[in-house]
Ligand binder design. Sequence first.
Ligand code: ZN
Length: 135
Amino acid sequence: MFKTLKVDHIGIAVKDLEQAKKFYTEVLGMTAMGEEVVEQQKVKVCFIPCGDSEVELLESTSPDGPIAKFIEKNGEGIQHMALRVDNIEAALADLKAKGVRLIDEKPRYGAGGASIAFVHPKATGGILLELSERK
Ligand code: ZN
């Protein structure tokens, strides 16, 4: 069994990470963490903690990356919601057994060293859902 613990973060697709970051830091007074490039997902990421959750800003590093494609189709904005689980392997096995449509059947590397996996929007009522486990 697994437990869903909290909203871990909201992922926001942006064209310009530096520009987007300014709104959260200069206007809202939040403190941004360092940036990280996740090559596998062709994305540059910056987390901005807010209480028990975080805002994740995502800028594509390639015109054919998933974030670039998202922005092309939808414009900038919320791209996914991430829920923290205590055991991602157990969560994926359980969802699979329940017939839930998964994008990732196995966890992969996520920014900050998390283990992540995506659940298909068709299974969640329309949102791209990321499951995230952090040690
Ligand atoms: Zn995320």
